[in-house]
Design a protein around this ligand. Structure first.
Ligand SMILES: *Cc1c(COP(=O)(O)O)cnc(C)c1O
Length: 392
């Protein structure tokens, strides 16, 4: 069932020059399109130096105001559901630049991908490959596939967003890869395009990426990918952003990131190298604007209760992420607060023991770095209205 939003708070989305926070319907997502453009400029310029292609991971944020702009940069799309594939095509991403990953693709999702002639399905298991072959045979159309390998590289990030370690639901384990590749190479209904990797998200050190590059070099050779006709190497995403200092450091280190691969990757020059970036492209351009409903004294702490909750920003509850929070309407001396949402869950907490200017009912707070995995993770829990968005 698609999530059908309440019509009560359906956003009007005028492009505002300077938002008047006091008039704003809250909670809402506020997107800074100038910052998004600057980020996209830098990322695409940086990738182009090495002839790398960037695919935008739609699951980070599928707001059409953002995806339309992103597609205008000539980027491809990285999708993890049939609906995302359909949405990417609707927005205007070219089918030949769309890839489709996920451990649990349904038959109809695979059919859609084949019907739309997307670039490649990233297969995550032998059984998925067998099903894909059968669907392709029924449709009399060879399926382009890349095999997602779980390379056993530690991403050094939260355990819920690390995906490349040995015992993990994502990807094919190294011990089974030969069998899977042989199946793909030998079937007339599968066209083996190459290999796919994605080791995790919010990775803030270059070391895991360097290790990934070395592992890929090794695998491309030992798995005889040239002999198998491999022409595609998809290295996934995962580049992290600065959640502590979003204003001082608003753009992810794209030069450094692509540079690590340019320096360390050794695959033949006809192999097209692709990346799937989500968070690093959109996280910093979004904020949540929320109104303080109440303040309340606990025994040892003061609570600020906001009208935004885990329904608008699930990340802290889901994987203990920390977002920088500022008070846009107070310049009083600072105090220590816990900032919490209104949802009936104890995990609905945005921040503990943070310093804010003295805060009271009616003040407006900004929760920073909410352009990725925030609006796209919105929940209907507690029958909450769907939050709108504003573009500046
Ligand atoms: C989520 C995801 C991405 C994007 O990850 P980011 O950390 O947002 O860059 C890329 N590839 C795959 C397969 C994903 O599932």
């Amino acid at each position: 069932m698609p999530y059908i939003p309440s019509s009560i708070t359906q956003p009007k989305t005028p492009l505002q020059a300077m938002p008047d926070y006091s008039q704003m319907q809250t909670p809402c997502y506020l997107y800074d399109l100038a910052l998004l453009r600057e980020t996209l400029d830098i990322a695409s310029r940086s990738a182009r130096q090495y002839n790398y292609q960037i695919h935008y991971a739609l699951k980070a944020n599928n707001n059409p105001a953002l995806t339309t702009l992103i597609s205008s940069y000539g980027m491809g799309a990285d999708c993890v559901s049939g609906n995302e594939v359909a949405e990417a095509l609707r927005i205007g991403f070219p089918a030949k630049e769309v890839v489709f990953a996920g451990v649990g693709k349904s038959d109809s999702e695979i059919q859609l991908a084949l019907k739309e002639d997307i670039l490649c399905i990233n297969c995550e298991s032998l059984e998925e490959l067998i099903v894909t072959e059968e669907i392709a045979r029924n449709m009399q159309k060879a399926a382009p596939v890349a095999i997602r390998i779980n390379p056993g590289v530690e991403a050094k990030t939260h355990k819920y967003i690390t995906t490349g370690l040995d015992e993990n639901k994502f990807g094919v384990h190294l011990s089974q890869i030969q069998e899977v590749l042989d199946f793909a190479s030998q079937s007339p209904w599968l066209k083996l395009m190459g290999l796919h990797f994605h080791i995790g998200s919010q990775i803030t050190s270059m070391e895991p990426f360097e290790k990934l590059a070395h592992r890929v070099n090794e695998l491309w050779t030992t798995l005889e990918m040239d002999k198998r006709g491999g022409i595609l190497l998809n290295l996934g995403g995962g580049l992290g952003v600065n959640y502590q200092d979003p204003t001082g450091d608003p753009i992810a280190p794209f030069d450094e990131y692509f540079g690590v691969f340019a320096k360390n990757l050794k695959v033949p020059s006809h192999v097209k190298v692709r990346f799937e970036l989500g968070r690093s492209l959109v996280a910093q351009c979004g904020k949540i604007i929320t109104r303080v409903l109440y303040t309340k004294k606990g025994i040892n702490r003061d609570f600020v209760i906001t009208d935004a909750g885990m329904t608008e920003l699930m990340r802290p509850a889901l994987y203990q992420s920390k977002h920088h929070i500022t008070n846009l309407t107070s310049e009083l001396p600072e105090q220590i607060y816990d900032v919490v949402g209104p949802i009936c869950e104890s995990s609905d907490v945005f921040a503990k023991d943070i310093s804010l200017p003295s805060t009271s009912r009616g003040h407006i707070l900004a929760i920073h770095t909410c352009g990725a995995y925030s609006e796209s993770m919105m929940l209907h829990y507690n029958m909450r209205d769907k939050a709108g968005f504003v573009l500046v």
